[in-house]
Design a protein around this ligand. Structure first.
Ligand SMILES: [Fe+2]
Length: 424
């Protein structure tokens, strides 16, 4: 049964025209303090090597930090939509240069600490600066190699198949394929050939249902135009379901949702639908995102679990789409069978054999699958990247989850994970 496209916004709804980035003033203050300290530390080591010394160092800091940040903030305040060239130059330069700056600052401090130890045991005091410069040089070399490897890794799209086993899956749904795409972060900078590769991988999996679990766009509602060009034609017999991610919220969710209304997708936010397949019925539910609310300039899209599950038929197998896995405990509490999330990107740097990723220190559920009672969670690693094209140990993924019925008493799980690389 194809699901209908919902009417949005409701008649008479006034859409906010301006977007207001979350906690902007405090964030900028903290950021510039951190960057100022970083330049001061790095300058202490490198200024003596530069012709002109500190004035040259300050000029470099101004060009690298102040010019692009000011350009970015002014363009943002004036509501100027950043095009492909601006994002590929200014945005990416900002990311790379400031990652290096923070790394160089930490390396310099570590090197100087070692130097101080050497001075304490009788070494020459000049060794402090030399040790700091040496570790900065070493860290810079590691940074360049890592960025090249990460860039290569960000282009290795894989299709990952896995089986979802659960006793609540009716026999008629055994073999049903859900293809999950997440965190594509599409903008004018996203290559058309990359999106075509994703679309081919999705449609090549012959999905019964497609789930797009948030972060479709990269912070601007106009990005939906680029999403539509690349992935707007995705289709499946049971529908294409879309939820909001935090970046869709930042992009002015009411506008994003309005634009998505022109596509053949079913936007599910704080609601659920009953879907029928082969004579059996099941539920697809979609949540809002915690990013909406107080700081996002819009309450539309905020999490409302009670509304999501209101009148939900408890006897049906239920698939919940929740961008942020932090929502899963609330969904598991309500015994929803399978939750599909994204958001973490697996930190874009992971060691799957150790079940560790860069997001692990910050989140209870950061990667892979989890079970709590009768509830399962799969955290998708993302189908593209955010910030800079960097992924190591966690390639961009199109996930194919096949439902498999098991006997009552068998613990539910997600297994048989197998990935293959696809041309992109
Ligand atoms: Fe994301």
């Amino acid at each position: 049964m194809a699901t209908p496209i919902s009417d949005f916004p409701p008649a008479g709804t006034k859409l906010p025209a301006a977007r207001r980035p979350p906690g902007l003033v405090g964030f900028i203050g903290l950021l510039f303090t951190l960057l100022g300290v970083s330049w001061a530390v790095v300058g202490a080591f490198l200024a003596p090597l530069l012709p002109g010394g500190w004035p040259t160092m300050l000029a470099v800091a101004g060009v690298v930090t102040l010019v692009p940040f000011t350009t970015f903030l002014v363009s943002r305040a004036r509501g100027i939509y950043p095009g492909r060239l601006f994002r590929l130059t200014s945005f990416r330069f900002l990311w790379y240069s400031h990652f290096w700056l923070l790394l160089a600052m930490l390396a310099g401090v570590a090197g100087a600490a070692v130097g101080l130890l050497l001075v304490a045991v009788g070494g020459d005091s000049r060794v402090v600066g030399d040790a700091g410069r040496l570790t900065i040089a070493f860290a810079s070399a590691v940074f360049v190699v890592a960025m090249i490897a990460g860039y290569w890794g960000s282009r290795q799209l894989v299709v990952t198949e896995m089986d979802v086993t659960h006793a609540a899956i009716p026999a008629e749904l055994d073999g049903l394929r859900i293809v999950q795409v997440s965190d594509v972060h599409v903008g004018p900078h996203t290559r058309a050939s990359w999106l075509k590769g994703i679309a081919d991988a999705v449609m090549g999996a012959d999905p019964h249902l497609i789930a797009i679990t948030g972060d479709l766009v990269d912070d601007f509602d106009e990005d939906v135009v680029h999403y539509a060009k690349g992935l707007g034609a995705l289709h499946a017999p049971l529908g294409v379901f879309v939820i909001a991610g935090n970046h869709d919220i930042y992009a002015n969710w009411p506008k994003v949702r309005e634009r998505l209304g022109a596509l053949p997708v079913r936007v599910l936010v704080n609601e659920h639908v009953v879907v029928e397949h082969a004579g059996a019925r099941f539920v697809v539910a979609g949540t809002g995102d915690p990013a909406a609310g107080r700081n996002a300039g819009t309450a539309l899209g905020a999490v409302d679990i009670a509304a999501t599950v209101r009148n939900l038929p408890s006897d049906l197998f239920t698939i919940a789409l929740a961008h942020n896995p932090v929502l899963w405990p609330s969904l598991a509490e309500r015994s929803l069978h399978l939750t599909l999330s994204g958001h973490t990107h697996w930190g874009q740097f992971a060691i799957p054999a150790l079940e560790w990723c860069l997001a692990s220190p910050f989140l209870e559920h950061a990667m892979g699958w989890h079970a709590r009672g009768e509830s399962l969670l799969y955290i998708h690693p993302g189908t593209t990247w955010w910030g800079i094209p960097f992924r190591l140990g966690t390639p961009p993924e199109v996930a194919v989850l096949t439902l498999r019925r098991v006997e009552r008493g068998v613990a539910p799980g997600i297994g048989g994970r197998r990935s293959r690389q696809v041309a992109c």
